[in-house]
Design a protein around this ligand. Structure first.
Ligand code: F0G
Length: 478
């Protein structure tokens, strides 16, 4: 029986859709070969990369699910836009196209293009956050956390209790804990310069945030004169989840829902490498004139003139088209369905994943899958490396290697040990997804043989990008 997902907690398509085969809503016009490698070649590649997937050569990867950031395929309309890109230093046509697209969707008064999301974060926090401040978020992404901490402030994650239970099926596990928010604001008067909501909640499993939660967060914060910002990297996926799961939104277009999300808050930092459907880009957009002025000065100092930020004219043009394409219901339905399809295959085989599947990725719960590996031996990192060894699939650990190092130099296990399989947008087909499922099931059958890893060498900040690791047992599988 094909799942006829309705307005269930894990719905990924409308009840009215009569057919259930997932078809990619595009034809393929250009192809790029991917290369098969042997297990021996992958073993050697892992050694050369000191067991760090970030250090693998992409040519040695068969299916690259490291990230959905900047890895998407652009449409013919975007490529056509790139040809039209206006490279004028100031006031270029492409800038106006980009600004119009961002304003049409977000409604914010001030739009600043940046080379990617973290530049928008750095500029925003650099202008609004001081040492000793506290920034609440449902869950900070790692660069967002690092940029808050770089200001000497505390990055506080206050997800609902539901969102912290990986196996629980609930529709909006990205919601912020409203009571915790009120408590933080009461306990830290004058020290919370802004509240942030990450949509969808990447580090918490790609889970959506309901409009009612955005509204409530805004009411609580605004009641104390505190602005709210969205980390809008995956705003379009969040909007489609609202359409599918939040009562009253079933007949609304994704673009209308997105506009409503942004209308409730005061600004947004966006990595447009996700739901901007482009390979590079980001923006900071907000309403506060004085803050915008300070941010724009910083933008000029570090990114570029305000009408191009850190981008080429052709990037701005690709984004102007991509931001709209990302809100196409056919595209969003295919996207959410194909991620859920992998989730369903894994769940049916007993592989523990964060439930329900997120918008852009499947997160394997490595602590549940590998209970014999303690947090100190980084179970999620070990699993991610084994998926490469056995099947040439690159994924990313979101666990104690990424989040375990504390600002004071100590080590604390992360709340969850996850392996994220992120889907690049419009890149892989259904048979690629079937292959990924087959490899994970193969590894799952051999899970008792997987051993942990240790860190040999790592920098203190964002250590996962460059850490040197080794298998504790001399080999990943015994
Ligand atoms: N916010 C969120 C929620 C993100 O997922 C990312 C990046 C950023 C901000 C930073 O944006 O990379 O353009 O500077 N996430 C990527 C990922 C890297 O793999 O999830 P950026």
């Amino acid at each position: 029986m094909p799942a006829r997902a309705g307005r269930d907690a894990n719905a990924t398509q409308e009840v009215t859709v009569p057919f259930h085969t997932i078809i990619e809503p595009f034809r393929i016009k250009t192809v790029e070969p991917v290369r098969q490698t042997s297990r021996e070649e992958r073993d050697a590649a892992l050694r050369a990369a000191s067991y760090n997937p970030f250090k693998l050569r992409a040519d040695d990867v068969l299916i690259d699910l490291l990230t959905d950031s900047g890895t998407g395929a652009m449409s013919s309309a975007q490529w056509a836009g790139m040809q039209r890109g206006d490279e004028s230093y100031a006031g270029g046509r492409s800038w106006f196209a980009f600004e119009a697209a961002v304003k049409d969707i977000t409604g914010f008064r001030h739009v600043m293009p940046t080379h990617q999301g973290r530049a928008a974060e750095r500029i925003l926090f650099g202008c609004a956050v001081s040492a000793g401040d506290v920034v609440p978020n449902n869950t900070h992404f790692d660069t967002t956390r690092a940029n808050v901490e770089a200001r000497g402030a505390t990055a506080l994650d206050i997800l609902t209790p539901e969102g912290r239970q990986p196996q629980l099926i609930a529709p909006f596990k990205g919601d912020m804990d409203l009571e915790a928010l009120e408590r933080v604001l009461d306990e830290c008067p004058g020290r919370v310069p802004l509240v942030m909501l990450t949509v969808t909640n990447n580090s918490g499993g790609g889970q959506p945030v309901r409009l009612a939660n955005i509204r409530a967060v805004a009411e609580i914060a605004h009641g104390r004169g505190i602005p709210v910002f969205l980390d809008a990297a995956r705003f379009a996926e969040n909007a489609f989840f609202i359409k599918l799961r939040e009562p009253g939104y079933e007949d609304r277009e994704p673009i209308e829902i997105a506009r409503e999300m942004f209308a409730l808050v005061d600004g947004a930092a966006m990595s447009a490498k996700k739901d901007g459907l482009s390979n590079m880009g980001g923006f900071l957009a907000l309403n506060d004139d004085a803050l915008a002025q300070r941010c724009r000065e910083n933008l000029i100092l570090t990114e570029g003139f305000p009408t191009y930020g850190g981008l080429a004219g052709y990037d701005l043009e690709a984004l102007a088209v991509g931001l709209k394409e990302a809100l196409d219901p056919d595209y969003l339905r295919y996207r959410l369905r194909s991620v859920a399809y992998l989730g369903e295959k894994l769940t049916a085989a007993g592989v523990p994943i964060v439930q329900p599947p997120g918008g852009h990725a499947i997160y394997i719960d490595a602590r549940a899958m590998l209970p014999h590996i303690p947090a100190e031996l980084y179970p999620a990192w070990a699993l991610s490396v084994v998926l490469y060894l056995e099947g040439g699939i690159r994924s990313v650990e979101i666990g104690s290697v990424m989040f375990g190092a504390q600002p004071d130099g100590s080590e604390k296990p992360a709340p969850l040990e996850l392996v994220r399989l992120a889907f690049p947008r419009r890149v892989y087909t259904q048979s690629h997804v079937d292959y990924v499922a087959e490899v994970i099931l193969y590894v799952n059958e051999r899970r008792a043989r997987i051993r942990g890893v240790r860190i040999v060498e790592a920098p203190p900040v964002l250590r996962h990008f460059s850490a040197v690791l080794e298998p504790v047992a001399g080999s990943l599988m015994v």
